[in-house]
Design a protein around this ligand. Structure first.
Ligand SMILES: *Cc1c(COP(=O)(O)O)cnc(C)c1O
Length: 389
């Protein structure tokens, strides 16, 4: 690889940049995960992670990617052949749907155009039609990382209540946790799925299930076989800070540090910071004369912005030019929007000048890739950040 000086700009919407404090924390000698120090350390982590999910309930931590935690949510609560209701908000919703099919569940996948969030009204209608309560769970992706659209999970909760339907509610908040407000208890979510490498600012390798009492009760009756993902031995061992198998010790040191950082800044301030960078980014996109993929301003994501390139142009060519010339990685278009969009990640360990460096790289790249646009998006974002729009 050719030599590059300075730091690489990793502006994909996860894995996100890992702050130095977290890297230093991971860089410590590995502990005996059955020893006395580990139990004390680990109990604190298991306690404080609840604050990020806004829950009093158990949060399970797996040494796995987010996909594992998707599977864990389903196999711990449902039985083979159970019907689930899912909404096609984008690539991640599609992957979760495929996973459910492979595991032998029967998802009803409400079609979507990838430019809007999960339709609470259609979900309510489907549940109202399901008189025999055959649907056992409703699954929604909170922040759809492939499109930059946030689904209103609270409204989906209200849809379940309005239909008076007993299905469990599962939310994937993999890319929203620690970046966009999410309330596991207040919104009565039954299983919240997340992982380490997005708003939690850690490397990949940890994932989570936050579980409600109702989900726990379902896990005592369902008949799906599981072993590695089984909540029960996790809960039993976690009570004293331990795990049924080897946890990802050094990533847990990193998690401890990341939790300290989020709590020092204050979660509300973290969310406001993300909102501000997303707004500055959209102002840049608008000034360039380009279109944001998300069509509903109430559902704009503060984690990332997916930008459409004009017809006849290739978003991946733009990304390759930007990587080559400016050593910056932007998110590729996934699935149905491959080549049509590029994604700007503005999450996690991020400040004003990180955003300005990112937007400058995009604006220079648009010129080099001959993508029709107007100049001055970066200047718009600068004046917004400087407070003189
Ligand atoms: C990243 C992501 C996933 C997949 O997580 P992995 O760690 O790659 O398994 C799932 N859902 C959403 C919304 C994501 O952003």
């Amino acid at each position: 690889m050719p030599f590059t000086s300075g730091r690489h700009f990793l502006q994909i919407p996860g894995p996100s940049n890992v702050p130095d404090r977290v890297l230093r924390a991971i860089d410590n000698p590995t502990m005996d995960h059955r020893g006395p120090d580990f139990g004390i350390f680990s109990k604190g982590v298991l306690q404080d992670i609840k604050k990020i999910f806004k829950t009093e309930s158990d949060v399970i931590i797996y040494p796995a990617s987010g996909t594992g935690a998707w599977e864990a949510a389903l196999v711990n609560t449902l039985s083979p052949g159970d019907k689930v209701l899912m909404a096609e908000t984008g690539e991640f919703a599609t992957l979760w749907n495929n996973l459910a099919i492979k595991l032998g569940f029967e998802p009803d996948f409400i079609e979507g155009d990838w430019r809007r969030g999960a339709p609470a009204d259609l979900i309510e209608a489907r549940l109202a039609e399901d008189k025999n309560h055959e649907i056992k769970a409703v699954c929604v992706v909170h922040n759809e990382t492939s499109t930059g659209v946030v689904s209103n999970v609270h409204n989906v909760r209200k849809a379940l209540d309005a239909a008076n339907h007993p299905a469990l509610l599962f939310a994937d908040c993999i890319s929203s946790l620690g970046s966009v407000e999410f309330k596991h208890d207040a919104w009565q979510v039954d299983v919240t799925i997340s992982c380490s490498q997005k708003g939690l600012m850690l490397p990949p390798g940890l994932s989570f299930n936050a579980i409600s009492k109702k989900a726990l009760a379902a896990s005592e009756k369902n008949t799906y076989k599981r072993s590695y993902w089984d909540w029960q031995p996790m809960i039993t061992n976690n009570a004293t800070g331990y795990y049924p198998y080897t946890p990802s010790t050094n990533l847990l040191y990193g998690l401890r540090e990341a939790l300290d950082m989020l709590l020092e800044e204050g979660l509300d301030n973290v969310f406001k910071r993300h909102d501000r960078y997303a707004e500055a980014t959209r102002r840049a996109v608008q000034a360039w004369g380009l279109e944001v993929l998300c069509q509903n301003p109430d559902e704009y994501s503060s984690v990332l912005t997916a930008v459409l390139v004009p017809e006849g142009h290739d978003a991946d060519n733009l990304r390759h030019i930007i990587l080559d010339k400016f050593d910056m990685s932007l998110g590729t278009g996934l699935g149905k929007v491959k080549g049509k969009v590029f994604r700007i990640g503005h999450l996690g360990d991020f400040n004003d000048l990180t955003l300005m460096g990112t937007l400058s790289g995009v604006e220079m790249g648009l010129s080099l890739a001959d993508i029709p646009h107007q100049k001055g998006g970066t200047a718009q974002a600068m004046s917004y950040l400087a407070g003189n729009e």
